[in-house]
Design a protein around this ligand. Structure first.
Ligand SMILES: Cc1cc2nc3c(=O)[nH]c(=O)nc-3n(C[C@H](O)[C@H](O)[C@H](O)COP(=O)(O)OP(=O)(O)OC[C@H]3O[C@@H](n4cnc5c(N)ncnc54)[C@H](O)[C@@H]3O)c2cc1C
Length: 331
């Protein structure tokens, strides 16, 4: 039987992962992407394995476990060359959180007691930390070495790809799926980060949820720290702002002080670069991380499979939703 000829739109983490899964299952795959007009959020993400719950609890658990297994395997095989390490993330909470025993087990969660003031809870967790500056090039090379075709250029409509001879189109266009899939439920959530030298010798990562809805995180990737984060709904440009970045650095110093790190004042004195990206959120107000993974029959034997709208968890769930999209595309 001739293998199906599948087009994947998007070379962000979701598109490349889906392309690899499809290729491993025997499909012919070409990735179409326009990184200039539509700069992938994946290149701006730091990223930590952050499974934010949304939607059906069983689906959430399955996706979390499946992706955790995939990243753990990548880390075991050659993690440091691929940008994936299993590292410590300390979580400081300013409000009580619903806990999930299975997730606590998966992340080897243990409490820091007593939680330092003003936090109401503090945990040490162990999870994949994904340095996207190294992981994305590795993922691209993995796709290429398997024979995935790459076509650089803008796609105006998904329909154009059927005209190019593809039977199935997998839509992994992130935020721009709003236009390609004509989906008004997709909303932009702009995020900024700043990379700084790790001149304070930090060998673990930190995260907190401030009471005013702001979040601070410091992700440690060897000699570099990534400080974040911002969540600006409705913003769709690719700029960074000095004032916003200064506030991020200030919040991260506070986080480090709460953690008891002796050199919290020295964090972020010099900078390497600032980056921004547009996360694609989808669904009802307050729902940020519920991707659309579904099939759409376009008639005459043509099928579109959607895999977008991952919000804050696109890296985290990339292997799980990539496998789901491949199931739909090949079924
Ligand atoms: C600051 C920040 C921090 C984050 N931190 C984390 C984290 O710690 N953990 C985590 O799991 N997630 C994190 N995220 C979220 C994560 O980055 C996204 O969910 C994920 O990158 C989405 O990947 P994607 O492949 O769906 O979309 P994108 O990476 O945005 O890729 C979309 C692709 O589609 C292409 N495209 C779009 N339209 C067209 C078109 N018309 N023609 C051709 N090509 C097109 C683009 O060129 C691009 O290649 C963070 C995001 C940001 C911005």
């Amino acid at each position: 039987m001739t293998p199906p000829n599948i087009a994947v739109v998007g070379s962000g983490v979701v598109g490349l992962t889906t392309a690899i899964v499809l290729r491993d299952r025997g499909a012919g795959v070409t990735v179409y992407a326009d990184r200039n007009a539509c700069p992938p959020a994946s290149l701006a993400a730091p990223a930590a394995f952050t499974p934010y719950p949304a939607g059906d609890e069983d689906v959430f658990r399955r996706r979390t476990e499946q992706s955790m297994e995939a990243f753990s395997r990548i880390a075991r095989e050659a993690g440091s060359q691929r940008g994936v390490v299993i590292g410590e993330l300390r979580e400081y909470s300013h409000a009580p959180h619903e806990s999930r025993p299975w997730l606590d087990r998966l992340l080897q969660t243990r409490a820091i007691e007593p939680a330092p003031a003003p936090c109401v809870g503090a945990n040490i967790t162990i999870r994949p930390m994904i340095d996207m500056t190294r992981y994305m090039p590795w993922l691209l090379e993995e796709a290429r070495s398997r024979g995935v075709g790459m076509d650089v250029g803008r796609i105006e409509t998904l329909h154009d790809l059927f005209a190019r001879g593809h039977e199935v189109v997998v839509n992994c266009a992130g935020f721009w799926a709003r236009d390609l899939a004509d989906d008004p439920l997709v909303k932009p959530m702009h995020g900024q980060v700043v990379h700084v030298p790790n001149d304070i010798g930090l060998d673990y990562s930190l995260h907190d949820d401030a009471p005013d809805g702001l979040v601070a995180y410091i992700f440690a990737f060897g000699g570099r720290l990534v400080l974040g984060g911002t969540f600006e709904g409705g913003r769709e440009d690719h700029g960074t702002d000095r004032g916003t970045l200064d506030a991020v650095i200030g919040r991260c110093r506070d986080l480090l002080r709460i953690d008891g790190h002796p050199r919290w004042r020295d964090l972020g004195r010099t900078e390497i670069r600032a980056l921004s990206g547009i996360r694609a959120t989808r669904g009802a107000p307050g729902v940020f991380d519920l991707p659309r993974v579904e099939r759409e029959d376009r008639g005459a034997g043509r099928m579109v499979v959607h895999n977008y709208g991952h919000g804050r968890s696109g890296v985290t769930f990339s292997w799980a939703t990539g496998a789901e999209a491949a199931d739909l595309a090949l079924s």
